[in-house]
Design a protein around this ligand. Sequence first.
Ligand code: SF4
Length: 264
Amino acid sequence: MNVCPTAAIRIKYGKATINEAACTDCGMCLKTCPRQAIYVEQDDFNQIFKFSYRIILLPSVFIGQFPEDISEEQIFSELHNLGFHYVMEVDKSTGLLMEETKHYLQQHPRQRPFISSFCPAVVRLIQVRFPSLIGHIVRLKQAMDIAAIYVRKKYIDKGIPEKEIGVFYVTQCAAKIAAIKCPVGEESSPVDGVINMDFIYNKILLSINRHKSRRTDRYRLSGTEGMRPFLCRRGTGDQQPFSHHRKITETDGELYQIQLHLYQ
Ligand code: SF4
């Protein structure tokens, strides 16, 4: 109870309950509860198969968790084996976000000091405890939302019906999970579901260790070259869609989509 920054935990009839309106999803109670009584609701991995086209968004830290002798190609290959058609690192959207943030700061000089909307727990904390600061929050979406909007549109532009496209984000962060399930000030999240980082890391590592002797360039071996252009990989020119972010925002008229709508 004492760790909660918003006093959202209350004891009723000898049982701890969380006041959802006051909770900021910071995860402090989750980390400190000695009995692990508090947990984050996880989506079932098989939910991905409700969609014909499955896209996975990876945070930058994910690849770095693997031992150095495991290549990105091996990781992407395993993700493909698990059922994903497209892998995108969320970092790819940070270039666009930085540009738009610079633009936003110039356009809203009266809003100083600015507060980044990067962490959903901070945004919730301001809404719950410090509503007078809401006007200082930079109203741009998070990198994961921008990546999801971009990649979904990419598939829609290929003629794929929107309802067949599933976008999933890998995370362990309680605040990010809550932001996807109950978006702050938005009707719905552009991300369809969450995949637990521990779960997918262990699945990939186990599979790679089982098949250690197999070649790492499975795409060429397995005859799935058609998948390769869909992969978004580090340091590979046209597979970094956000390197042309200006063009994307202007020609596609998508700029409005990265505005964050916050209620006061
Ligand atoms: S997640 Fe944070 S704000 Fe919510 S009940 Fe736990 S400690 Fe309190």
